[in-house]
Design a binder for this molecule. Structure first.
Ligand code: TYD
Length: 210
């Protein structure tokens, strides 16, 4: 099948907490693997042993906003060096639960980090490099909050934020998507899981296997 020889791609999934991307990531990976592609599934913050330690700090320790942004990018630098770039170089697709769009949405949009600080960190850590395709799960924060509460697990430092924080995160995600419509596929995350999955696989098929 010619599709197997498609060049390796870097795909990311984004959205506010509770938007429902986790199960869809698993489904997208299964769909790609069924086409005979090698892939790794990973996440941010995290994806490496050091990155996972930074994740624990980021999700549970109070810290200055600049520290938070720099630790997100420190974890990302390690992730790129240890996993993302080597995998792509070997022809292995990479599917990541979040990448730099999350820093733009949460730290710039949510927390109010200066956009130029974000831009400098992004230009330092991955100049000229972006995901090939980003699925943005867009959802009303009120619905997302109900979903997070329904999981019953203890909320982390981000999940404990108020509705207005997630309104700002959502708006920043949508602004970033509007600035790069070729890269982003915005998904209405209030749709049924079946409809979302169909939209994702149709987009993958059209973008990479047509
Ligand atoms: P996520 O893995 O989606 O959380 P969960 O395991 O609870 O589904 O992401 C962890 C949190 O980190 C999430 O609230 C968003 C936040 N985050 C940022 O604030 N900035 C970033 O750059 C990244 C990658 C994540």
């Amino acid at each position: 099948m010619s599709a197997v020889h498609a060049p390796a791609r870097f795909l990311t999934f984004e959205g506010i907490d509770g938007a429902g991307k986790s199960s869809q990531i698993a489904g997208a990976c299964s769909w790609l693997e069924a086409r005979g592609l090698a892939l790794i599934q990973t996440r941010e913050p995290g994806g490496t042993p050091l990155g996972e330690q930074l994740r624990t700090l980021l999700l549970h320790e109070a810290m200055h906003i600049d520290t938070e942004a720099m630790l997100m990018f420190a974890a990302r630098r390690e992730h790129l060096a240890q996993r993302i770039l080597p995998a792509l170089a070997e022809g292995c697709w990479v599917v990541s639960d979040r990448f730099s769009d999350a820093t733009y949405a949460y730290q710039v949009g949510g927390r109010g980090l200066a956009a130029d600080k974000f831009a400098r960190l992004e230009a330092w850590v991955h100049p000229g490099f972006q995901p090939d395709l980003t699925f943005l799960f867009d959802l009303d924060p009120a619905i997302a909050a109900a979903r997070v509460a329904g999981t019953g697990s203890a909320p982390d430092r981000f999940e404990r934020e108020q509705r207005d924080f997630f309104e700002r995160v959502r708006a920043a995600y949508l602004a970033r998507a509007a600035a790069d419509p070729e890269r982003f596929c915005v998904i209405d995350a209030s749709a049924s899981p079946g409809d979302i999955s169909a939209r994702i696989t149709a987009t993958l098929a059209e973008r990479f296997f047509a």
